[in-house]
Design a protein around this ligand. Structure first.
Ligand code: BG6
Length: 476
């Protein structure tokens, strides 16, 4: 056992999101949301990408989010399991449509507030700090059908009202907030990321970047409101992270990788530095994008975040010759397949050193504390003859990444904490599968929605408990 690079008070825990765990999709006055429209099966991708319009549910399809793992009714049991592992932080999101079922109401749904108050109280009872995302891949459907979602500036008003409600209603219970989960995913997955659906023939880049501008304004305003409501509040942005490596040292490949990185980092450049980056004007010109701004917007954007959070599953790779045919998506961002890294069963690269590289790049660029709020291995789990799940593959992935994060801390980077993704199995965002599992806790449910929802501790449960108890010293 070596010395721990993790500082005292480092937050250890795990992450879920309302849209993939809660279920109870119409309970407690909740309204329909974008994720509720995503079926399991072949139509999922076209709907997620905003290419196939789905504004009503179909009888012949299965929608995994409707019940998910039923965290809505199991949260006490689930939080107790987290406490048993020694979590000091639990990341989840609030379903916007539980608080504002339509999204454009003037006053919130009290039942929704009561539910989250109970969840956060339950966390506090166990000494767990909630880390709460305001918008994790769900937009109330009414805002999509009536307003066109984030393509419409009015979303800023709706979102900031919702955000203020959260800051006020959960004041004293929650102090760590994230505005938009993986904000850059809006580019790759516009409907699930931001409720965008495209019309025939329109310039999609124009729609996406205008929607981005609205989200960036909403995020900056929410940050300001959070600080006004309570100066102790800390607000972070959230990037779907993972640096692009150049395919070769050919200058054109290096340039391609830099451009791809900028595509993702653009969002964080604005949220963490408070202004559009210098390179954006040319990018927009070349894409035929012209952002409509309102007077005062540049001032609003100066409300920067307190910390930079990110997900990391894999690094990425780009070349000048990259195209639709030679690249594929891991976590929806297209990448070439790097022959120097191993791959998960879902084809996602496994690259712990890439995490250290990504963290160093981000700290060099932003000089703000980092928070790794998603990381993990999606894998198939099988029970052995003794009824146990020996998920050594998951332990090995997590161990290597925690070690890499420790190296980044030794490199001089302030890191606030670590929440591994899907600490309790949940529905996969990309495929809608349950069989792509991330958890320390197994949930009895299959891809078609069958199962008792019973929770079972996996081998990694006991391993992670030891990691936390030793503050990251004991990774064996
Ligand atoms: C991130 C998301 O993109 O990756 C999560 O923030 C998602 O919502 C996670 O679940 C893993 O992706 P997937 O598709 O395996 O669930």
């Amino acid at each position: 056992m070596s010395d721990s690079p993790f500082p005292q008070g480092f937050l250890w825990g795990g992450a879920l999101a309302a849209n993939q765990s809660e279920g109870g999709y119409l309970e407690g006055g909740k309204g329909l949301t974008t994720v509720d429209m995503l079926p399991h099966g072949e139509h999922r991708m076209p709907v997620k990408l905003g290419l196939e319009k789905r504004f009503t549910l179909r009888d012949d399809e299965f929608y995994p989010s409707h019940q998910a793992i039923d965290f809505y009714h199991h949260y006490k049991e689930d939080i107790a399991l987290m406490a048993e592992m020694g979590f000091t932080v639990f990341r989840t999101s609030i379903a916007w449509s539980r608080l504002y079922p339509q999204g454009d109401e003037q006053t919130p749904n009290e039942q929704g507030i009561a539910f989250y108050r109970d969840v956060f109280r339950e966390c506090r009872k166990h000494g767990i700090e909630p880390l709460v995302t305001l918008c994790h891949f769900d937009v109330p459907m009414h805002l999509v059908t009536e307003y066109g979602s984030w393509r419409n500036r009015r979303m800023v008003e709706f979102f900031t009202r919702y955000a203020r409600t959260c800051f006020e209603a959960f004041d004293g219970l929650v102090k760590y907030w994230l505005t938009f989960n993986e904000i850059n995913i809006l580019l790759a997955s516009p409907f699930s990321g931001a409720g965008l659906v495209f019309e025939e023939g329109e310039n999609r880049d124009q729609v996406k970047y205008q929607a981005t501008h609205h989200e960036l304004i909403a995020s900056a305003l929410a940050t300001r409101i959070a600080h006004q409501v309570n100066s102790e509040n800390q607000v972070g942005c959230m990037l779907a992270g993972g640096n692009f490596y150049p395919w070769s040292c050919k200058p054109e490949d290096v340039w391609a990788a830099l451009e791809k990185d900028r595509e993702n980092l653009f969002f964080i450049d604005v949220q963490a530095r408070g202004a559009y980056p210098s390179y954006s004007a040319r990018v927009f010109r070349e894409k035929g994008v012209s952002i409509v701004m309102e007077p005062g917007d540049t001032e609003i954007l100066k409300n920067t975040v307190d910390f930079v959070s990110f997900s990391y599953y894999a690094s990425r790779c780009a070349s000048a010759e990259m195209n639709e045919h030679n690249s594929s998506a891991a976590n929806v961002v297209k990448s070439l397949s790097n022959p120097h890294v191993q791959r998960s069963d879902w084809g996602w690269g496994i690259d712990p050193l890439g995490l250290r590289i990504t963290m160093n790049m981000m700290y060099d660029r932003y000089q703000k504390p980092l928070f790794l709020v998603e990381n993990g291995l999606g894998a198939k789990d099988e029970f052995n003859e003794n009824g146990e799940i020996k998920d050594d593959y998951r332990i090995s992935y997590l161990r290597d990444h925690i070690r890499a994060m420790g190296e980044a801390i030794e490199d001089g980077i302030p890191v606030m904490g670590y929440t591994s993704w899907g600490c309790i199995d949940l529905v996969a965002a990309s495929t809608g599968e349950m069989s792509k599992r991330y958890g320390f806790v197994y949930v009895d449910r299959d891809d078609q929605g069958n199962g008792t929802l019973a929770r079972t501790r996996k081998k990694s449960f006991w391993w992670y408990k030891k990691v936390i108890a030793s503050n990251g010293r004991d990774l064996d």
